[in-house]
Write a protein that binds this ligand. Structure first.
Ligand code: PLP
Length: 449
């Protein structure tokens, strides 16, 4: 007895009957029933249309329902819908070639996974087997996924409940000038002190016990903190000095989000391993992976790699990746994201900050922006406390509700809202989003001095 799916209420009731949602108290959630989506928009069953300033979970870099990618998936389904990973499959090889052509340096071998967490999980394993060392270092203020090792490597409160088995993980502070862990006042100070802190942490952990240092190139969910000039190059140098594998997690920052194919290009650094997912095929079919340097790949030339997945390099996911990368190249989506950041989103958000006392800082690049909302610009006290829930989080909840009332679906994390629309959003659509944010920020301003 399936409920009549033609109304939002029926769709929601069916969801609440059997679907168990991520990160949620199941009895307290009220998921919107979505009837459809196209480009940068989606809509419900009651005639409400939303401009998606979240790109799903920051992954629909080419927007929803791109006809060429949908057609490529349909075509692949008709030709060869699935095949096991041990075989050579044309579309899998082509996806790997297109990705390897774009990853920096000699990251030319691609291990496919089903998403970002598995990519991090396998990068950590590769580093440990390659070096024979036990520990991985990662930053506070990071997100790396929800599987066992990936969640332990994460540096936000989502890790805490899973910290029962976090052996082999060490956290450190990465640079973030606006809320500097090092009391720095300039980017140069922040960079220098963050590198000294990393060296000090390494010295006390024992560099010979560290397999890898893992960083998001530009931390995403944690607040879109572009690292200061010289920081990533400094980490690269430290890794080289101690024989440590340098892993950059580009699950969120990769595939055009920052206005480059990979964010590492902005900083002229080449990691030993690079994880990707999300934008690789805009999530039309689950796909992630690890791009592997020649040296680490060589470790597994004669020795078997001790890891694998039934759906590694799934043909439907790879067909979606081939089509997505082609669309991004043909339609200059990466260049467009850079242009949007420089001419519309960056200037537009800074202009909002001038008029709204609740905006403490605007930061970002490409189609990857954060507004740090505060009660007081002088003290930088966040609009809501760290990891606030319930009544303590009411100002952000009111801000979110105001966005939705104005037709904008906002990305909200703690005291921040992120402007992370599809990378191919038009200038007019981006301006529509800025106008909705403008109206909603008036609600946040009520809590700011
Ligand atoms: N790494 C980063 C930087 C992410 O932003 C995410 C997801 O948001 C992940 C890893 C985990 O990816 P997934 O949810 O596909 O497992």
């Amino acid at each position: 007895d399936l409920p009549d799916p033609r109304t939002g209420a029926a769709v929601k009731a069916a969801d609440r009957a059997h679907v168990f949602h991520s990160w949620s108290a199941q009895g307290l959630i009220d998921p919107l029933a979505v009837a459809g989506a196209e480009g940068a928009y989606f809509w419900d069953y009651d005639g409400n249309r939303y401009l998606d300033f979240t790109s799903g979970l920051v992954y629909t870099n080419i927007g929803y329902q791109h006809p060429k990618v949908v057609a490529a998936i349909q075509e692949q389904a008709g030709r060869l819908a699935t095949f096991a990973p041990a075989f050579a499959i044309d579309v899998r090889s082509e996806a790997a070639r297109l990705i390897a052509e774009r990853t920096p340096g000699d990251l030319d071998k691609i291990f496919f996974t089903n998403g970002g967490a598995e990519a991090v999980e396998n990068a950590a394993r590769m580093a440990r087997v390659h070096t024979g060392r036990p520990k991985i270092m990662s930053a506070y203020r990071s997100y790396h996924g929800a599987t066992s090792t990936a969640i332990n490597l994460t540096g936000d409160p989502r890790r805490w409940a899973s910290d029962t088995a976090s052996a082999g993980v060490v956290h450190f502070w990465a640079p973030f000038l606006y809320r500097s862990p090092f009391y720095a006042e300039t980017e140069a100070q922040e960079c220098e002190r963050a590198l000294t802190h990393l060296e000090d942490t390494l010295a006390f952990e024992g560099p010979q016990t560290i397999a890898a240092i893992l960083l998001e190139t530009v931390p995403g969910t944690a607040g879109i903190m572009t690292p200061p000039p010289g920081y990533l190059a400094g980490v690269r140098e430290i890794c080289d000095r101690y024989g440590i594998v340098f892993i950059l997690d580009e699950v969120m920052a990769g595939f055009g989000r920052t206005g480059r194919w990979f964010a590492a290009e902005h900083f002229d650094v080449v990691p030993d391993l690079l994880t990707f997912a999300k934008g690789v095929n805009s999530g039309y079919v689950p796909l992630g992976g690890v791009a592997i340097s020649a040296e680490i790949a060589a470790t597994f030339d004669k020795r078997p790699y001790p890891g694998g997945l039934t759906y590694s390099g799934h043909p439907l996911a790879c067909a979606a990746a081939v089509a997505t990368i082609q669309v991004m190249a043909d339609e200059q989506v990466v260049e467009h994201a850079a242009h949007l950041g420089e001419t519309v989103l960056g200037p537009g958000l800074r202009e909002l900050a001038e008029r709204h006392p609740s905006v403490g800082e605007v930061r970002g690049l490409g189609a990857f922006w954060a507004l740090d909302l505060v009660r007081n610009r002088e003290t930088r006290e966040p609009l809501v406390p760290y990891n606030a829930a319930g009544e303590a989080n009411a100002p952000m909840a009111a801000f979110g509700a105001a966005c939705k009332k104005n037709g904008l679906w906002p990305f909200i994390n703690m005291n921040r809202t992120h402007a992370v629309p599809a990378c191919n959003i038009t200038e007019a659509e981006a301006k529509e989003g800025l106008a909705a944010l403008d109206a909603a920020l008036a609600v946040a301003d009520e809590h700011a001095a």
